[in-house]
Design a protein around this ligand. Structure first.
Ligand code: 5GP
Ligand code: MG
Length: 171
């Protein structure tokens, strides 16, 4: 399969610098924990945190969604093995892409239930036209059309995550 370039490496890095500055200004004097959603956001996490020059903690969450065989409803199951301690922390939840919005909205609720002081969301990509759950990311890298993308953390069958750019997977 071929990968067609959509967002190049330097555009991603430039955008992360700007997002980092914004986060830095917004979280000055507030204890920040960045909670990254495994596995897709790992590359963005590593590059983003190095642009933020205020104290912060890093935590991880893993969630899997299951679509019922006979229904279209999805259930999100959060892996408690990671269980980040977010009590009284200001949480910035980071994911690779906002698609239907189900993952982010369920995880926001999960982190609030665990006692976070506040929860905001950051995504590298936001796909237009597929959202079913109303959620507005507080920080967004790029808005993209309804195409399947890989690279820079995003996978197809667990491959392509290591590409330094975001591309569209073509059959
Ligand atoms: P949501 O819950 O918003 O529908 O889905 C978000 C998750 O779906 C992302 O964390 C990601 O794992 C996956 N996803 C959605 N769109 C894409 C895409 O275009 N490419 C890849 N690789 N994963 C996607
Ligand atoms: Mg994901």
């Amino acid at each position: 399969m071929a990968v067609e370039l959509l967002i190049n490496e330097s555009a991603i890095q430039d955008r992360l610098v700007a997002m980092g500055q914004q986060i830095e200004a917004d979280y000055r004097d507030r204890p920040l924990t960045i909670v990254a959603v495994l596995t897709g956001s790992l590359i963005a996490l590593a590059d983003l945190v190095r642009q933020i020059r205020i104290p912060l903690r890093i935590a991880l969450v893993q969630a899997s969604s299951y679509r019922g065989a006979t229904t279209t409803a999805t259930t999100l199951v959060v892996n408690e093995a990671f269980a980040p301690d977010v009590a009284n922390r200001h949480v910035l939840l980071l994911d690779d892409i906002l698609d239907t919005g189900q993952t982010l909205s369920a995880l926001v609720q999960h982190l609030m239930d665990r006692g976070a002081a506040t929860v905001r969301t950051a995504v590298l990509l936001r796909k237009i036209g597929r959202q079913v759950v109303p959620i507005e990311p507080d920080y967004c890298g790029f808005v993209i059309p309804d195409v399947f993308v890989v690279g820079y953390g995003l996978d197809y069958n667990d491959e392509y995550r290591h590409l330094p750019y975001v591309g569209v997977l073509r059959q």
